[in-house]
Design a protein around this ligand. Structure first.
Ligand SMILES: Cc1cc2nc3c(=O)[nH]c(=O)nc-3n(C[C@H](O)[C@H](O)[C@H](O)COP(=O)(O)O)c2cc1C
Length: 149
């Protein structure tokens, strides 16, 4: 079972930390989509898309990457971190994945430290996240995704 997680994590690397823990747990590859725009995902059985929440949604970079690179009929999952309000979460990207007949296995989300906008003035929000409990939950999530697929 070959897995990859395509990750966009531009603010504090919060999503990247979660994704790294998932990769360590499962042996999944990671593609940093801030650096890589095109990839052949056909060899993977399970494909994750991960992003921070920016303006109440998944990063458009992750959506673009999925649109360009996700083959038809793949098993996918979503991962995101958010400062306070997840907004639409993975709804938009899941919709785009379904247009490629993807089977959605699940999603994982947790809080992530933010200093965005006015939150900077109060020392940031969700300090310390992702914390050890978040990382442990991320490990359990990837474990069950791989076991059940
Ligand atoms: C431009 C920008 C917009 C953001 N918008 C939201 C938002 O709408 N809701 C929220 O809860 N957090 C928001 N955040 C905070 C991030 O979702 C949070 O810090 C996340 O963990 C960032 O992930 P990253 O470090 O992997 O980029 C925003 C952060 C930035 C930089």
């Amino acid at each position: 079972m070959k897995a990859v997680i395509c990750c966009y994590s531009s603010h504090h690397g919060n999503t990247g930390k979660v994704v790294q823990a998932m990769a360590d747990e499962s042996g999944a590859d990671i593609i940093d989509i801030s650096a890589v725009k095109q990839a052949d995902l056909s060899e993977y059985d399970i494909i994750g898309f991960a992003s921070g929440i920016y303006a109440f949604q998944f990063g458009p970079q992750a959506l673009d990457f999925l649109r360009k690179n996700l083959p038809q009929n793949k098993k996918v999952f979503f991962v995101y971190t958010y400062g306070a309000a997840k907004g639409s979460g993975s709804k938009g990207i899941a919709q785009t994945a379904m247009e490629k007949n993807a089977q959605i296995l699940g999603e994982f989300s947790c809080k992530g430290y933010t200093t965005y906008g006015p939150f900077k003035l109060i020392g940031g929000l969700s300090k310390g996240h992702p914390n050890e409990a978040d990382i442990q939950a991320a490990r359990s999530f990837i474990h069950s995704i791989i076991q059940n697929s």
